[in-house]
Design a protein around this ligand. Structure first.
Ligand code: BGC
Length: 759
């Protein structure tokens, strides 16, 4: 018993002590500043307003800057000047005007400006937009992801902005959900690995440096599995699922050093996350030891009484949210939060201690990003913008994300790549439109305005023309994603007569958040009809999909000669598609989600083994074909008996037995054969991207410890149970056993530590 108590104390101390930073210069600076501030100034710091509040007749007004920043002491701002993106110099000028006003106030506290640079600098003219996260996860390439985050930093920070509302840490467990494309897919481990690569890219050069921005991990927590599939609606998540699937990526993000957190607009098991002291203070700040600032999402305090109905009015909503642990409110269109919070503090319903905690966190982020040293865009910052290497990075990432889902053999040859000198007919609603390649947060929130895309970006049709030569490419336009006219179909069928192949571009137009809500997952009927009409021509039809979620395509799969999934591939997506179709590049993307076959059979790849016979997807998680063939040799293990403190070294030799060089995404899956919680069918426990030349053999290695095999049990403990595990790599399998070191001190330690680890 004594041992147990000591151990518990040690473990508790380990967590609280390890998380505590020492009181540094920044803390002292912040404490001194806090000491000089009035209640109103403190509440002002906790208030975030959108830029349109400072505008009249389309222009930012000095008088309004003065009013809100000096009189109300507003601490943070977000969003954009116009209906379209602004240039770097317009941004710099705006930031200068804002900071000039902020620094003219008595306490000289700069404004923290935040922006959504979700897959590149969304709101800056001519910025480079990368594939959305869903494609990035398909690339299985962590290094490219890290580099793309660095490019985003350069383009955001060049404008003088130091806070990015990104990356998204939601695990996509609901394919209908309109923000599916913003996630790194359905697997918790994948989300954690890619998300933290982005955080490192944003922050690891030191936040004061102009090569960094503060990240904002979002949306904490459980946003990505709305029960009715619609954005910002309730989720019902079991405790085990919460700890097994949704929490681990956020925990990893906080350990990586994420500076800020944005809260989920929805609710979990009936409690809006913005109102949950348990999740915001208990879990996030106390147990996970998060020291940064917690910001609401858009209007989410208003949402508490207007939509969720857990408060009667704004005042009550503010009280609930701030007492729950919210540090900053993205109000964002008025000062209702400010007015009510000042009143609540004066009446004692919100304590001064809570306010001081919130403001300390906000000022510390401002200090850490160097705003007190220099609140403006640094000299030469604009030079960081628009480097050619960002564009080539966007190309490489798009290329590595594109996933080949089907490649029929015709006359004993694979249909893809298409033969040289072929004549192709490009058609379908996604063929000649930019927004389908980009999706949400692309120069505008909805990404829908074609005229705002930089001229350099090509549509699929244009890229194919570039690649094959205009004379080899015909085009049959289809205007809408939801409707097809008989004339469009007729033209397509007529032009098909001269073509060797049809490239049929299907999918979705861009949408963001609630604008992308849908009632069924199926590819729209009109697109199914175009595909069927295309098949009637008798020509090989290659379907190219640009879409943010796995639309059900069952009805058109069998007759398609080839199917290429490009997700939302960004600025250089069309070039990458053309290069893959023509064969100058080989595809290497792997699905980061299960591509479902029936909308009534949504089963994830890591569902309990009991669901195994129901896992009948169109294409499974991890699927993706190549133009070459890879052969996996037998898996080699350093031991078949893993101990509590041991490491399992896994090696496999992979040979490219085809006749072209290619990259390959290698997924390591492990299955726990028997466990007291029905074990998942399998779990992704590692992945790598390798380049293997034709004829070459490469060895791919992974290391596993018992922690990597742990699961959350019925007592919400993270445990690894004794027994047999199966490793799966390519088409090869190997087994090993985990034997805990029974009766050893380490084993006892292991159990207690892991209990605590669950948080
Ligand atoms: C979105 C957030 C975004 C915020 C600020 C909200 O509607 O949910 O992801 O960061 O707006 O633009």
């Amino acid at each position: 018993m004594k041992f147990f108590i000591l151990l518990t104390l040690a473990v508790t101390c380990f967590y609280s002590c390890a998380k505590q930073n020492t009181f540094d210069e920044g803390d002292k600076f912040v404490a001194d500043l806090l000491g000089k501030m009035t209640i109103e100034e403190k509440v002002g710091q906790m208030t975030q307003l959108t830029l349109s509040v400072f505008m009249k007749e389309g222009k930012v007004q000095d008088s309004l800057l003065e009013k809100y920043i000096v009189n109300y002491g507003i601490g943070s701002m977000l969003n954009v000047m116009g209906p379209g993106p602004s240039s770097v110099s317009e941004w710099q000028t705006l930031i200068k005007r804002i900071q000039d006003v902020a620094l003219s106030a008595p306490n000289k506290i700069p404004v923290l400006y935040g922006i959504d640079a979700i897959h590149g600098a969304t709101y800056t003219k001519n910025s480079v937009l990368f594939p959305h996260n869903i494609g990035i996860a398909a690339s299985r390439n962590i290094d490219l992801t890290y580099q793309s985050a660095k490019a985003t930093v350069a383009e955001v920070r060049s404008a003088g902005i130091r806070w990015n509302f990104d990356p998204v840490f939601g695990v996509a467990r609901e394919p209908l959900w309109s923000r599916f494309e913003e996630t790194f897919g359905e697997d918790s481990y994948l989300v954690g690995e890619f998300g933290t690569a982005v955080i490192r890219g944003y922050e690891d050069e030191g936040l004061k440096n102009k090569t960094a921005v503060a990240s904002c991990i979002k949306h904490y927590l459980g946003y990505s599995m709305p029960a009715i599939g619609k954005d910002r609606t309730p989720a019902y998540i079991s405790d085990i699922m919460f700890h097994e699937i949704f929490l681990p990526p956020f925990k990893k993000a906080i350990e990586t050093g994420a500076k800020t957190v944005m809260v989920n607009s929805g609710s979990i098991n009936g409690v809006p996350v913005h109102a949950s002291k348990k999740l915001l203070t208990g879990l996030l700040k106390e147990k996970l030891g998060f020291k940064g600032l917690v910001v609401t999402d858009w209007e989410d305090i208003l949402f508490l009484y207007r939509e969720h109905k857990v408060a009667h009015n704004n005042r009550e909503a503010v009280k609930i949210a701030v007492n729950a642990g919210i540090d900053m409110s993205m109000v964002p269109e008025d000062v209702s939060f400010y007015t009510d919070l000042v009143d609540l503090v004066k009446s004692g319903e919100v304590s001064m201690e809570r306010i001081n905690d919130a403001v300390t966190r906000i000022l510390k982020v401002k200090y850490d990003v160097g705003l007190f040293d220099n609140a403006y865009a640094e000299e030469g910052a604009a030079d960081m913008f628009g480097k050619p290497k960002f564009d080539s990075l966007a190309y490489t990432l798009a290329l590595e994300s594109i996933t080949l889902l089907k490649n029929d053999t015709l006359k004993s040859k694979p249909v893809l790549p298409i033969k040289s000198n072929a004549n192709v007919l490009v058609t379908g609603p996604a063929a000649n439109i930019l927004n389908t390649l980009h999706g949400s947060w692309s120069y505008t929130w909805q990404g829908e305005k074609e005229n705002l895309y930089p001229e350099r970006i090509l549509t699929i049709k244009e890229a194919i023309q570039d690649k094959l030569g205009a004379k080899n490419v015909q085009f049959a336009p289809v205007k809408s994603f939801m409707k097809t006219t008989p004339a469009e179909i007729k033209t397509m069928q007529r032009k098909a007569a001269q073509a060797d192949y049809l490239i049929l571009c299907l999918g979705e137009k861009s949408y963001a958040e609630g604008h992308g809500n849908i009632d069924e997952l199926d590819l729209p009927q009109s697109q199914i009809a175009i595909a069927k009409a295309a098949y009637k021509t008798g020509k090989p039809v290659i379907v190219v999909l640009t879409q943010g979620r796995p639309l059900i395509v069952r009805e058109i799969v069998d007759q398609a000669a080839g199917i290429v999934l490009a997700y939302r591939p960004g600025n250089r997506g069309a070039d990458a598609i053309a290069d893959i179709l023509s064969g100058s590049e080989s595809p290497s993307g792997k699905l980061p989600f299960t591509y479902h076959k029936h909308s009534g059979n949504i089963v994830m790849y890591d569902a309990p083994k009991r669901c195994e016979k129901h896992y009948r997807p169109q294409w499974p998680f991890g699927f993706g074909l190549s133009y070459t063939q890879f052969e996996y040799d037998d898996i080699k293990l350093n031991t078949t008996e893993l101990s509590t403190t041991g490491t399992l070294e896994i090696k496999v030799e992979i040979t490219n037995i085809g006749n072209r060089d290619s990259k390959l995404g290698v997924d390591l899956f492990i299955s726990d054969e028997v466990a007291r919680i029905i074990p998942p069918m399998k779990k992704l426990r590692g992945f790598q991207k390798v380049f293997i030349k034709s004829g070459e053999t490469k060895t791919v290695e992974f290391s596993i410890t018992k922690d990597d095999l742990a699961f959350v049990n019925d007592d919400l403990q993270r445990v690894t149970e004794e027994g047999k595990f199966i490793i799966m790599l390519g088409d090869k399998q190997a087994e090993f056993y985990y034997f805990p070191d029974k009766n050893s001190e380490e084993n006892a330690m292991f159990k207690e530590t892991d209990t605590d680890k669950i948080i």
